[in-house]
Every structure is written in structure tokens, then in C-alpha cells.
Design a protein around this ligand. Structure first.
Ligand code: ADP
Length: 186
């Protein structure tokens, strides 16, 4: 009788998962562009909102989750999550091997390099990948748009519709509020 063939067990291909961490404390078209480009490269992208108890946010964590979920509703391989631990620990727990960060200018680079190297030291299996910002949205930052909104400017051209909707529910600063007061988180 012919010897039974040993079953061939090809190595299970692991899904390629990336974490895109940030505050997203006012989601911009720049963030969304990065998410969209990133999701073409990976099986799954986890947009991870970092909880910082030391910082008073503009949008609560629940609001930011709702906005991000709404803005990525048509992106099946994008998940929205929150985390309150080291990014590498969160990435490891979720089976991600890559942390995505966006680069807008040289001024981003120094801090990002420091962060990437520290993260590599903490877990050498998790790599940081930098993606260049799109020239169309390179000048956008959450802080700039929060300031524009506080001063009565229209942010609709720079943010996805769920942000415009959420901003409509926010109280505008009272007339006569000083510049310093306006800069404080609402
Ligand atoms: P953080 O609080 O970590 O600075 P942000 O929410 O400001 O996070 O940004 C999250 C990530 O998105 C960072 O990697 C940042 O460089 C990137 N990013 C922010 N704005 C843009 C933009 N306009 N274009 C591309 N990437 C961006």
C-alpha cells in the first residue's frame, strides 16, 4: 500500500494590520487622506484614538469615536478604537506589526523620529512607517482648525462632513471672549 502523503500545511498567512494612532481631536481631511491611502496597503487599519487624561480635549473620546466611525463608514477594512496604554503595547495586543505616522514638514520629523526609535526599542517587532502628507492637505492640523472655528471661520472645506455636523452642536465662544480664553479647550 502506498504510504499516505504527509499533509502539506502551508504557513498560515497573517493578516497585515496597521495601527494609525493619534488624538484626532478634530478629524481633518489630512487624517482621512492618510487612512484612505493606508487601507490600500494593509488588510486592516486600526485608527486608534489615544486617551490622554492630562489634556482637556475639544471633542470627548465618545464624540471622536462617533465622528471617525461615521467618516470611515464606507471603508470596510478600517476599524476605530481607543487606547490608554503605550502604542506598541496596544499594537502588539491587536496583532499589528506597523504603526503609521504622517509627516507634514521637517518640524514633525524630529519628534516623530524620537518616538519611532523609542517604540522600536520597546518592541523591535513593531515598525513605524512614515507616510508623506498629500500636498493638498499638508497644511492642515487639528489645532489650526479648532482656532479657525473658535474665531467664527468656516472649517467645512478642510474637514469631513461628520465633523461639520458635530461642530454645529458645539457652543461657540461668547462675544467678548478674549483670545486666550478662546484658545482654551471648550
Ligand atoms: P498626535 O496627537 O499624535 O499629534 P494627531 O491627531 O495630530 O496626533 O495626528 C495623528 C497623525 O496624523 C500624526 O502622525 C500626524 O503627523 C498625522 N497628521 C496630522 N495631520 C496630518 C495631515 N494634514 N496630513 C497627513 N498626516 C497628518
Amino acid at each position: 500500500m502506498a504510504k499516505a502523503e504527509l499533509p502539506v500545511t502551508p504557513e498560515e498567512p497573517r493578516p497585515r494590520i496597521a495601527i494609525y494612532p493619534g488624538s484626532f481631536d478634530l478629524l481633518t481631511n489630512g487624517h482621512l487622506d492618510l487612512i484612505n491611502r493606508c487601507r490600500r496597503l494593509f488588510d486592516r487599519v486600526i485608527v486608534a484614538i489615544g486617551v490622554n487624561p492630562m489634556k482637556q480635549p475639544f471633542f470627548t473620546i465618545e464624540e471622536r469615536i462617533a465622528i471617525l466611525k461615521d467618516a470611515t463608514a464606507d471603508m470596510p477594512n478600517v476599524e476605530v478604537a481607543q487606547f490608554d496604554e503605550l502604542t506598541v503595547h496596544f499594537a502588539y495586543r491587536r496583532g499589528a506589526m506597523v504603526i503609521i505616522r504622517g509627516l507634514r514638514a521637517m518640524s514633525d520629523f524630529e519628534f516623530e523620529l524620537q518616538l519611532a526609535l523609542a517604540n522600536l526599542k520597546l518592541n523591535r517587532h513593531i515598525e513605524t512607517l512614515f507616510m508623506a502628507a498629500d500636498p493638498k492637505t499638508i497644511y492642515l492640523s487639528s489645532g489650526l482648525l479648532r482656532d479657525i472655528w473658535r474665531h467664527g471661520g468656516d472649517v467645512a472645506p478642510f474637514v469631513p462632513p461628520p465633523v461639520v455636523k458635530a461642530l454645529k452642536k458645539k457652543k461657540k465662544p461668547a462675544p467678548g471672549t478674549t483670545y486666550d480664553e478662546m484658545r482654551r479647550p471648550v
